[in-house]
Design a protein around this ligand. Structure first.
Ligand code: AKG
Length: 203
């Protein structure tokens, strides 16, 4: 019986991401961490899980070009334009990733109890032909990935202050990721995921 190429090769799945450690230098990272903590309108959305309402275990915000729409944590968010102070950071990320990102989801983990469960950023409004760039400031946190075909096999990256992780196009279709709880961590972390959204079509 002929074996398919998948059966004959049994290769580990390719890892479609690139981690650039220290992409933002420490002084600039301290500046951005403070700026983000103070200038962003952080919120703690409430989500319904098994019929009960729970606050999500972290703070969130959404910045985007006017008109970009994104539904997360049960709520529809609409971009109202990039704040001026944010543009220099956005432009650096766009240049490194060669991608004209039009939205950014921000997460603030106040301490190690704050976390994010397993998921993929594969919602229909995200342009899956574009990369997703994840920029971290503050406390180092483990970022775990697992392939959808091998969910018992986890890869863990430590994302530290100033690190830029680029998840290439296609990553979200095959891989999931999470930020697990780490009880011993007492300091905060801010993470920005830059994304390219499809613009709504108006008739
Ligand atoms: O905080 C992180 O590094 C991950 C954020 C994330 O998974 C997301 O925004 O979808």
């Amino acid at each position: 019986m002929a074996l398919s190429s998948e059966q004959t090769h049994c290769e580990a799945p390719v890892q479609p991401w690139t981690l650039i450690q220290g992409w933002v230098k420490p002084d600039a990272a301290a500046f951005w961490r403070n700026q983000l903590e103070e200038s962003v309108g952080w919120q703690q959305p409430i989500v319904k899980v098994y019929g009960r309402q729970h606050p999500v275990p972290r703070l969130t915000a959404f910045l985007a070009e006017t008109g970009v729409r994104y539904r997360y944590s049960g709520t529809q968010h609409t971009g109202s334009g990039w704040p001026e102070w944010f543009v220099p950071l956005l432009e650096e990320v766009q240049q490194t990733c060669s991608c004209n990102f039009n939205g950014c989801l921000l997460n603030l983990y106040r301490h190690g109890d704050d976390r994010m469960g397993w998921h993929a950023d594969d919602e229909p409004e995200i342009d899956q032909s574009a990369p997703i760039a994840s920029l971290s400031f503050g406390a180092s946190r483990d970022f775990q990935l697992r392939h959808r075909r091998e969910t018992g096999n986890k890869t863990s990256l430590s994302l530290a202050d100033g690190d830029l992780l680029i998840m290439q196009s296609g990553c979200q279709q095959s891989w999931q990721h999470c930020i697990p709880q780490r009880k011993k961590i007492r300091t905060m972390r801010v993470n920005l995921t830059f994304r390219r959204f499809e613009m709504p079509v108006h008739f």
